[in-house]
Write a protein that binds this ligand. Structure first.
Ligand SMILES: O=C(O)CCC(=O)C(=O)O
Ligand SMILES: [Fe+2]
Length: 364
């Protein structure tokens, strides 16, 4: 399939919105009404203080996991069940690859607006420079600019969105994409074992995957207490790898009804379970709501690398995941329809999952 033929526009589209970076560049105190969150969504002051370290999300040693270390595998099981989020260290992705990836994104967002606009989301396309999940002129907006690219498989890349005027941009993404895919596959292989299958069991079920990257630029905001970099959502994929800024915190996850900050660890990768994993595992592994807050004086960058199943896949709980103790919690749906539903509206926590596949009579 050629890039012209692969219609990422089928995934849905987002309405064009102004560049937040440009708003701030023109007036650092600017705060249009559309960005001021409803009271219920605002990052409350006590939450913005660091939570006690006892509530830090799990940290896993990827090298041990890849070797089949039993303690580490058990930690992975708990992390996916109780947190839906963990950080991995010793993941084997060379530091140089991480640094070049971050530098490429920084270079992209540093381009003048006219240059970035050469890569702006065209017409119906979800890919490119712009925003995601904007479905109406009325809805509240994220304090964030985005570059969204489908990165794997190679044949469906749309290179018109790849900023080839930045030296090394393509190469940096290429190398990180390859490394991220290896890490994601190894984690899925381990989850597959935990679900009682062989290493390839999950992969057989979700089929050929696509990889996409959402590169987020959160400009500083004069009132971080009123805005959100990205509003609460869960990721509509199998698994996500997040590369976040080493210095500036921003990511928060919902854990036991509290927003817990994910403290950056230098060169670590944050991993989270996506909706598809939750569905396949019949709710055993949880796709957790998360959001990002902004910083008063510094811009923050992050790169979310999503692993999507095949568009045509019928998603629903795997056979082995349903039994008398764990009755079926989700129906079935073609993945493309699920993705379209999710990407075509303002994202509201996990409402897209609850309104589509979640079986209503289920107790949790
Ligand atoms: O920037 C972050 O920390 C979170 C980004 C995120 O959740 C996403 O892009 O899906
Ligand atoms: Fe996310």
């Amino acid at each position: 399939m050629g890039s012209e033929e692969y219609r990422a526009s089928d995934w849905g589209k987002s309405l064009p919105v102004p560049s937040v970076q440009e708003l701030v560049r023109n007036d650092p105190r600017s705060l249009p009404q559309r960005y001021i969150q409803l009271h219920t969504d605002r990052p409350l002051a006590p939450v913005m203080a660091m939570a006690p370290s006892s509530s830090d999300i799990p940290i896993l040693d990827f090298a041990l996991l890849a070797k089949g270390d039993q303690d580490e595998t058990r930690k992975l099981d708990l992390a996916c069940k109780e947190w839906g989020f963990f950080q991995i260290i010793n993941h084997g992705v060379p530091e140089e690859v991480l640094l070049k990836m971050k530098a490429a994104i920084a270079a992209f967002f540093e381009l003048p607006l006219e240059e970035k606009n050469k890569y702006v989301q065209a017409g119906n396309d979800f890919q490119g420079y712009g925003q995601g999940y904007v479905a109406s002129e009325e809805q509240k907006l994220d304090w964030c600019d985005v570059l969204f690219l489908i990165t794997l498989p190679h044949e469906i890349r749309n290179l018109k969105y790849w900023a080839d005027t930045i030296p090394g941009f393509k190469d940096a993404i290429e190398r990180y994409s390859k490394e991220a895919q290896k890490v994601a596959e190894e984690i899925c292989a381990n989850i597959s074992l935990l679900m009682g299958m062989d290493k390839d069991g999950l992969q057989r079920s979700y089929g050929n995957t696509k990889q996409a990257m959402r590169m987020n630029y959160y400009p500083p905001c004069s009132r971080p207490d009123l805005v959100l970099g990205i509003n609460r959502h869960s990721d509509p994929d199998i698994i996500t790898l997040l590369l976040q800024d080493d210095e500036i915190p921003g990511l928060q996850i919902k854990h036991k009804d509290e927003w817990i900050p994910v403290k950056p660890i230098r060169n670590a990768i944050v991993v989270n379970v996506g909706d598809v994993m939750e569905i396949l595992s019949n709710g055993m592994y949880k796709s957790i709501e998360h959001r990002a807050i902004t910083d008063e004086s510094k811009a923050r960058l992050s790169v979310a690398t999503f692993m999507f199943p095949d568009d045509e896949l019928e998603i629903g709980p795997m056979e082995g995941a349903v039994d008398e103790h764990r009755p079926r919690m989700y129906g079935k749906m073609k993945y493309l329809d699920y993705l379209r539903y999710t990407l075509g509206r303002k994202i509201e926590g996990k409402a897209h999952l609850d309104n589509t596949l979640k079986i209503k009579s289920s107790s949790s």
